[in-house]
Design a protein around this ligand. Structure first.
Ligand SMILES: [Zn+2]
Ligand SMILES: [Zn+2]
Length: 108
């Protein structure tokens, strides 16, 4: 159980590799320039960090995208955890579905 849990954490966040999105079930390929932390098709992520990159959050709920905010020359996607309700932010990836990003910007 404990080993399994660690494997999942690594699969999703620490190693940049293919994974299956838990929301839309599409296969997501490696990002290449940084570790992939959310799905580029539906933008959902997973609640695994307390502080950015520490992977020490036991919640592991799905993070639902609820909005975006400007960040330097890119955007941060604002998430609300579907399990614990906490707000979390991830920087968008360069192959994210831009139409979805635009949709999210309308909610603010
Ligand atoms: Zn997805
Ligand atoms: Zn959570």
């Amino acid at each position: 159980m404990f080993i399994h849990y660690n494997l999942i954490m690594k699969r999703f966040n620490m190693i940049d590799e293919n994974f299956i999105c838990e929301n839309c079930h599409k296969e997501v390929s490696k990002l290449g320039y940084t570790a992939r932390d959310h799905c580029p098709y539906c933008l959902y992520s997973k609640h695994v960090d307390i502080n950015p990159g520490d992977r020490s959050n036991p919640c592991k709920g799905l993070l639902k995208p609820i909005g975006i905010e400007k960040y330097k020359d890119t955007f941060k996607i604002i998430y609300k955890c579907t399990k614990c309700g906490e707000i979390h932010k991830n920087i968008m990836a360069n192959d994210d579905d831009y139409d979805l990003i635009i949709e999210l910007s309308k909610y603010e």
